[in-house]
Ligand binder design. Structure first.
Ligand SMILES: C[S@@+](CC[C@H](N)C(=O)[O-])C[C@H]1O[C@@H](n2cnc3c(N)ncnc32)[C@H](O)[C@@H]1O
Length: 282
């Protein structure tokens, strides 16, 4: 097949869609029904162009070859994941942490390092919001110390998260008083970006973790796990398996925070609901 440069010459067949979508489901948990075919085609098109491949069959053959598995899978995952996120997204969660979870941890386990896992952290807005929330609490509670572990499957978003540079528009949800404390402006006045201050960055460790394929045996146990707006891309069976794995990494009496549209109702899990989308491990 010749490269014509037009999109119409590069239509993904149903067979190719099934090859890709079943691989993505098996290894990453992300469910892509037939209605997502155009979306997948659109997202992967730029890889066909970059690799100078004539069509999706050639792309599949390359992706599933030994060489493709080493170099192309990472790029494909970057394109098929949805990474929408914001600072102080679902702000009630940070409020609940400050009002209920942190005071009881500081009282019951004074001096113990408080640990949180931001599981599916995307470009870093969620772990840095946690770092702001916990730093504010630490300022008023001497001896309180914390660490944040932030993971995602996409190396592209993890790269952005480590850089910690955001547009002024992106940091709008952060209250002004906190912006002044925790954001650094660029020295170049024309540059409308800010960087998260080093005292927050040093509290967050980023790592690539796949909830489906990766074994959690080397991961520590946390006081709190945030896994918000990730499970919506999985089917119910996968959701339950992933939540069970996450629960094994929450200490007894610790908490799991899910996204506003995610539910565990009907699942057999060691959790009780303490607030809509907030669960305590029993
Ligand atoms: C929509 S973002 C949510 C970001 C943040 N938690 C929030 O609520 O704003 C979902 C993230 O989950 C990640 N993700 C999807 N499948 C994953 C998997 N199998 N393992 C780990 N992370 C995954 C995606 O790469 C994406 O960055």
């Amino acid at each position: 097949m010749a490269i014509t440069g037009t999109r119409t010459a590069m239509v993904m067949s149903v067979h190719e869609f099934h090859r890709l979508s079943s691989f993505i489901y098996t290894h990453y948990g992300i469910k892509l029904p037939m209605t997502k075919k155009t979306m997948l085609e659109g997202r992967l098109h730029k890889r066909l162009v970059a690799l100078k491949l004539p069509g999706y069959k050639a792309y599949c053959d390359y992706l599933f070859s030994a060489e493709g598995k080493l170099s192309e899978l990472i790029q494909m995952v970057d394109l098929v994941t949805t990474n929408k996120t914001d600072f102080f997204r679902e702000a009630i969660h940070f409020d609940y942490l400050s009002r209920h979870v942190l005071p009881s941890a500081a009282q019951n386990d004074p001096g113990k390092l408080f640990s949180i896992w931001s599981a599916g952290c995307s470009t870093g807005e969620e772990p840095y919001t946690l770092a702001i929330t916990l730093s504010e609490f630490a300022e008023l509670n001497r001896g309180f110390n914390f660490s944040i572990f932030a993971t995602d499957i996409s190396t592209r978003v993890l790269g952005a998260a480590v850089k910690a540079v955001y547009s002024e528009e992106k940091v709008q949800p952060i209250p002004l008083v906190l912006k002044r404390k925790y954001l650094l402006k660029s020295k170049d006045v024309k540059n409308k970006t800010v960087r998260i201050a080093p005292q927050l960055r040093s509290k967050v460790n980023f790592e690539r973790i796949n909830f489906i394929d990766d074994d959690f045996s080397t991961i520590q146990v946390f006081n709190v796990v945030f896994c918000r707006n990730v499970l919506i891309y999985f089917d119910r069976e996968t959701q339950e398996k992933v939540i069970r794995k996450l629960c094994s990494k929450i200490e007894e009496g610790g908490y799991l925070f899910l996204g506003h549209s995610e539910s565990i109702s009907g699942m057999d899990l060691p959790l009780i609901q303490v607030h809509p989308t907030i669960f305590k491990k029993i």
